[in-house]
Write a protein that binds this ligand. Structure first.
Ligand SMILES: Cc1cc2nc3c(=O)[nH]c(=O)nc-3n(C[C@H](O)[C@H](O)[C@H](O)COP(=O)(O)O)c2cc1C
Length: 371
């Protein structure tokens, strides 16, 4: 029976344990220019471990792909050194690091996209927010992409993937989750198109396929992962039949033999637990359709992570919030050590405080403890 600390293989890489850092946008790039900051390199370096896998926060592939001021992006040369420093910090500790590539689609605002309307598969009113210099503001009205514009966005995914390769990353993850552009194409609540990219699920996965093929053209399939969030609610996303839709998505991705499928459980909404106590469900039904490694994410602690790996429904478990405040999370889980509580107020923007200043576990010396 597999255990959280049984070595495993993910695509091209051998890993010595299965505790993965989930992607977390923490809004700590240097402005202007979304330059990856030294504290980000500290953050990822602190969370790296020998034979461990990290997935860095969503990285926007272009100006129009951006959603949140301070979030990461990678589309100009001024960002190269910062990303190299992050890859180096992880490699210095023997870890592996994938870059999550994102296009925000309709979850944006003209102040973030360079003054143009955010784009989406279709115009479907969205009452969510974007983050600009004015703070969290209602998203701007979006427009539907013309079919002739789609190859240009796919090309942006390819170029960003190439940049990640050149900066020394180990792979890329396509952000197909949380109601961003790829997800907006997949799910029928946001995709009302009547052309080759809309209608039946075979058409709604066309954008996903083309994006995955672009990433594979740079990296090879064994260094590309995809993240999905079946029944996720972040970003006002919805589908009339999530189980059928995402079973098909899993089958399609299985054909490509990608490195892994990363699944966020529906009990999670973005950065919070929506359905306390709900057991993992999505990973369970997707297992039947995807033969490669599955990373489960969303609401796990050490015991539930161990249980899902032992059950075989998932092969690895990604941790977000607990990893934010426990840089040595794999070590703590392995040795059953207490976890430091996370600090939600510091999730979205700020400095090193409650970001890169959480210490690794140090036992209190007995002599001190008894004083
Ligand atoms: C502050 C914060 C930022 C996040 N940013 C991202 C992101 O950039 N990309 C993504 O796919 N998920 C993002 N998530 C979701 C996490 O990857 C993860 O799915 C979620 O936190 C649930 O896992 P947990 O219960 O272990 O925290 C974010 C979560 C948090 C708390």
């Amino acid at each position: 029976m597999a255990h959280l600390f049984t070595p495993t293989t993910v695509g091209a890489y051998s890993l010595s344990h299965r505790v993965v850092l989930a992607p977390m946008t923490r809004l700590r790039t240097i402005q202007p220019g979304d330059i990856p900051s030294p504290m980000m390199a500290d953050f990822y370096g602190q969370r790296a471990s020998e034979g461990g896998l990290e997935i860095v926060e969503g990285v926007s592939i272009s100006m129009t792909a951006r959603s949140y001021l301070g979030a990461a992006s990678f589309f100009h040369d001024g960002q190269v050194e910062g990303w190299k420093a992050i890859a180096n910090a992880v490699h210095a500790k023997g870890g592996r690091v994938f870059m999550q590539l994102i296009h925000g689609g309709r979850q944006s605002h003209v102040d973030m996209t360079g003054g143009v309307a955010p784009v989406a598969p279709s115009v479907v009113p969205f009452d969510g927010v974007a983050l600009t210099k004015e703070g969290f503001v209602p998203a701007s009205p979006h427009r539907a992409l013309g079919i002739e514009e789609i190859p240009g966005i796919i090309e942006e995914f390819r170029v960003a993937a190439q940049r990640a390769l050149d900066a020394g990353f180990d792979g890329v993850e396509l952000h197909g989750a949380n109601g961003y552009l790829v997800d907006q194409f997949i799910q029928d609540g946001t995709n009302k198109r009547t052309d080759a990219y809309g209608g039946p699920i075979e058409n709604r996965v066309r954008f996903l396929r083309e994006a995955v093929e672009a990433l594979i053209s740079v990296w090879g399939a064994d260094r590309v992962g995809v993240r999905i969030s079946p029944s996720g609610e972040w970003g006002g996303i919805s589908d009339s039949n999530p189980e059928a839709t995402f079973s098909h998505v899993a089958k399609v991705l299985d054909e490509y033999r990608i490195a892994y499928l990363h699944v966020i459980e529906p009990r999670i909404k973005g950065d919070d637990t929506l359905h306390e106590g709900q057991a993992p469900v999505a990973t369970k039904y997707l297992r039947a359709h995807f033969s490669g490694p599955i990373i489960a994410a969303g609401g796990f602690d050490g015991d539930s992570a161990q249980a899902i790996v032992a059950s075989g429904d998932a092969d690895l478990v990604a941790f977000g919030r607990h990893f934010s405040s426990n840089p040595d999370l794999p070590y703590r889980l392995k040795h059953n050590l207490p976890l430091t509580p996370y600090v939600r107020e510091a999730f979205w923007g700020g400095d090193e405080k409650h970001y890169s200043d959480f210490p690794a576990y140090h036992p209190v010396p007995e002599a001190v403890a008894t004083v």
